[in-house]
Design a protein around this ligand. Structure first.
Ligand code: 5AD
Ligand code: SF4
Length: 472
C-alpha cells in the first residue's frame, strides 16, 4: 500500500524531471485481462482530467475491456476525480454509495478511484475508513501502472492503493483513445508551482514539468496527418511552459512552432496573468491559426484579496494586461474564473469584483464560491464569509456575468463566422461546434459535414449559444 503524503506533495526540489516512456511490453501478458468484460469511467473536473481519461480508456482497451456508459452493467468502474472544490467531493462520495449497492448485488465488479482526490491524504484515509469495499485507488502520477495495478486488484481481496506523492515525471507515449476525431487535447506542461493559496493543484499534480518541444510537435504533426483540425495545448499554468527547461524557449516559441504544423486551429488553456508576455500577444496576433480566445482567470477584483490569494498581480495590473490583449488582438474573446467568499472578502471587496466585471465585460466567466481545501494556506485562514453570503454573492455575480455574456453574443447577430462542426446537437438534424472565439453555435447540417469548418450566418442569439445557417 502506497498512500498519499501531504508533506511529500508540498516539496519542491531541484531534482531533474525524469521523462519516462510508456512500455507496451508490460501489457503483453495482460492483454486478455479484460476479455469479455466492460468498463465504465466517469470524469470530474478539468480538461487535464478528461485527457487522462482518454489515456486510461486506451490502456483498458489494450487489455480487451470494452466501454459501457451504464455503470450497472460494468465489471470495472473507475471514477477519475477532481479535488478543486468540496461539491465535487460530495458528488464522488455519492457515487461511491451507489457503487457499494451494486457491489453488494453483483459479483465480479472492480471499483477504482483515481485522479486528484486520490492524491489527497484525507480522502484516502476516509476511503480506508468508510469505503474500503473499493478495490483500487491510484494517483495522477501512476496511470501508466494501471495494467499491473488492475492485475493485483482483480486477484486480491483487500483494497490496493498506489498513490505517489512527489514532484512527478513526464510520461511520453501513453496510448490514447481520443473522444473526438476532429479536436485533440495535447499536454504541454504538467503540475503547477504557483501555489495560489486556495488551490490544491500544486499538491495533487506535482511540480511544473514541461514536455520536450520535439515530442509536442511530433504529436501534433501526427494529429494533422490523422485529419485533426484543432489542438488545445493543456497546462494548469500553460503560459509558464518552458520555464523549468534550459534556454529561453517559452509558450510564445512553442505556439509559433505549432502554428507551422499547419493545424487549422490552435488553442491553449489556462493562462495565469503573471506569465502572459508581450511576445505571446504578438505571436497570437501574427498567426491566423492561433485562435483569438484567451481564458485569463482574474479570481477577484480586489487587490487586497488577490494578494491574500497569492496571485502576484493587482487589479490594475490585470486591467492593463486585459486592455493590451483586447487592443492588440483583433476580435479577441477573453473569459475568466472568479472566486467569491475568499476569507477576508468584505462587501467592499466583492463590489470591486462586480466593478471589474462591469469594466471588462467578459464574454463569459466560471464563478465559484470559495471552498477550503485541506493542506492549502487558505484553509488555515479564518473563514469570514458565511455560506449564505457566499451564495448571495455568487448569484449577484452570475447575474452580471450573464448580462455581459448575452451582450457579447448579441454582437454576433447578422455576422458570418467560421465554425468547426464537431458533434450532433441536442436538436435533431442539427450539428454544433465552436467559432474561433469559442462561441457555441448550433446549425442545421447533415452528419456527413462533421469535422468540416464552415461559414455560418448567425440569425438567433442566446446567452450561451448562437444559432445560424450555413453559408457557402
Ligand atoms: N475554492 C473555490 N474555487 C476554486 N478554484 C480553485 N480552487 C478553488 C477553491 N479552493 C477555482 C479557481 C480556478 C478554477 C479552476 O477553480 O477559480 O481558476
Ligand atoms: Fe492552482 Fe492555477 Fe494557481 Fe496553479 S496557477 S495554483 S493551478 S489556480
Amino acid at each position: 500500500m502506497l498512500k498519499p503524503n501531504l508533506s511529500e506533495a508540498k516539496k519542491r526540489t531541484n531534482k531533474e524531471v525524469l521523462t519516462k516512456s510508456f512500455e507496451y511490453t508490460k501489457l503483453d501478458n495482460l492483454k486478455e485481462l479484460g476479455s469479455g468484460k466492460k468498463y465504465f469511467i466517469r470524469t470530474y473536473g478539468c480538461q487535464m482530467n478528461e485527457h487522462d481519461t482518454e489515456n486510461i480508456k486506451a490502456i483498458l482497451e489494450n487489455m480487451s475491456y470494452v466501454e459501457t456508459d451504464n455503470y450497472e452493467e460494468a465489471n470495472l468502474i473507475i471514477l477519475n476525480t477532481c479535488a478543486i472544490r468540496e461539491n465535487v467531493h460530495n458528488k464522488v462520495f455519492g457515487m461511491l454509495g451507489r457503487i457499494k449497492n451494486l457491489k453488494e448485488n453483483k459479483d465480479d465488479v472492480i471499483a477504482a478511484v483515481c485522479g486528484c482526490m486520490a492524491q489527497e491524504e484525507v480522502v484516502v484515509n476516509e476511503i480506508l475508513e468508510k469505503y474500503n469495499y473499493l478495490d483500487l485507488v491510484f494517483g495522477t502520477h501512476n496511470i501508466h501502472n494501471l495494467p499491473r495495478l488492475l492485475e493485483k486488484a482483480v486477484s486480491k481481496k483487500e483494497i490496493e492503493i498506489e498513490v505517489i506523492s512527489g514532484e512527478g515525471s513526464v510520461l511520453e507515449n501513453l496510448p490514447v483513445k481520443r473522444d473526438s476525431k476532429f479536436k485533440a487535447w495535447v499536454n504541454v506542461m504538467l503540475g503547477c508551482d504557483k501555489f495560489c493559496t486556495y488551490c490544491i493543484v500544486p499538491y495533487t499534480r506535482g511540480k511544473q514539468r514541461s514536455r520536450n518541444k520535439d515530442n509536442i510537435i511530433s504529436e501534433i504533426k501526427q494529429l494533422v496527418e490523422e485529419g485533426y483540425s484543432e489542438v488545445t495545448l493543456l497546462g494548469q499554468n500553460v503560459n509558464a511552459y518552458g520555464k523549468d527547461l534550459e534556454g529561453n524557449y517559452g509558450l510564445s516559441n512553442l505556439l509559433n512552432d505549432v502554428a507551422k504544423t499547419k493545424i487549422k486551429r490552435i488553442r491553449f488553456v489556462t493562462s495565469h496573468p503573471w506569465d502572459f508576455t508581450d511576445d505571446m500577444i504578438a505571436t497570437i496576433k501574427s498567426n491566423d491559426n492561433i485562435m483569438p480566445y484567451i481564458h485569463l482567470p482574474v479570481q477577484s477584483g480586489s487587490t487586497k484579496i488577490l494578494k491574500s490569494m497569492g496571485r502576484m498581480y493587482s487589479k490594475e495590473e490585470y486591467m492593463t494586461l486585459f486592455n493590451k490583449i483586447k487592443s492588440n488582438i483583433n476580435n479577441v474573446t477573453i473569459t475568466t474564473d472568479i472566486i467569491v467568499g475568499f476569507p477576508g472578502e468584505t462587501e467592499e471587496d466583492f463590489k470591486e469584483t462586480i466593478d471589474l466585471v462591469e469594466t471588462c465585460k467578459f464574454d463569459s466567466a466560471f464563478t465559484f464560491a470559495f471552498s477550503a481545501r485541506v493542506g492549502t494556506p487558505a484553509s488555515k485562514m479564518k473563514e469570514t464569509v458565511s455560506d449564505e453570503t457566499k451564495k448571495r454573492r455568487l448569484n449577484e455575480l452570475n447575474e452580471v456575468v450573464n448580462k455581459y455574456a448575452k451582450i457579447a453574443n448579441d454582437k454576433y447577430l447578422g455576422k458570418t463566422v467560421s465554425v468547426l462542426l464537431e458533434k450532433e446537437s441536442n436538436k435533431e438534424g442539427f450539428l454544433s461546434g465552436y467559432t474561433d472565439t469559442m462561441k457555441l453555435v448550433n446549425v442545421k447540417a447533415s452528419e456527413e459535414m462533421l469535422g468540416q469548418i464552415v461559414y455560418v450566418y448567425i440569425n438567433d442569439v442566446k446567452t450561451w449559444s448562437l444559432n445560424g445557417e450555413i453559408r457557402s
